[in-house]
Design a protein around this ligand. Sequence first.
Ligand code: HEC
Length: 157
Amino acid sequence: MRRTIWIIGIIVVVLLVAMQFRRPNFDRQSVDAAATLQAQLHPPAQVAEMLRRSCANCHSAQGEIPWYGHVWPSSVLLQNDIRQARGRFDLSTWGNLSPEMSRIRLLNACAAMRSSDMPLWYYRPMHPGSAPKPDEVEAFCAWAQAQPVGRNLAWLQ
Ligand code: HEC
């Protein structure tokens, strides 16, 4: 019995060590400074600071990767989260969006923060102080609302 436990333990340790050779790829190099939300929309300082603090780690190519982001298996989870997050809302590639899409994404983000869906619940205990404060959310939403609607949706107004 004890031997079996030892053998299983050794297999687990060997597996964990072996998996560390899989280097995660967070795609952190390719940032076009002119394409970021910051450069494209020039948000007020309060909004920019909140996005950097509360959202950029998952929703941009410039976020910080914590130490466990380099350790398998948490590296895989983190990589998937960032890939999905950037697929929906990417602060680093804002220049790819039409004015219509830009505003829609911002209003989506406003709704996600108002309903406390974002930042993700498990992010908050790990990053105390990262959740946006209510006045920051409202400042963001007011700014988002004031963005130009875009030619194709102008008839809506
Ligand atoms: C821990 C990583 C993480 C953080 C921090 C985070 N998000 Fe997300 N976000 C995700 C992931 C993963 C998804 C895609 C899966 C989903 O929709 O649940 C997502 C999806 C979204 C979407 C798309 C939702 C939709 O309905 O299409 C928006 C908008 C968004 N996030 C805004 C924000 C904003 C604004 C912040 C900062 C206040 C933020 N997120 C912080 C991980 C994160």
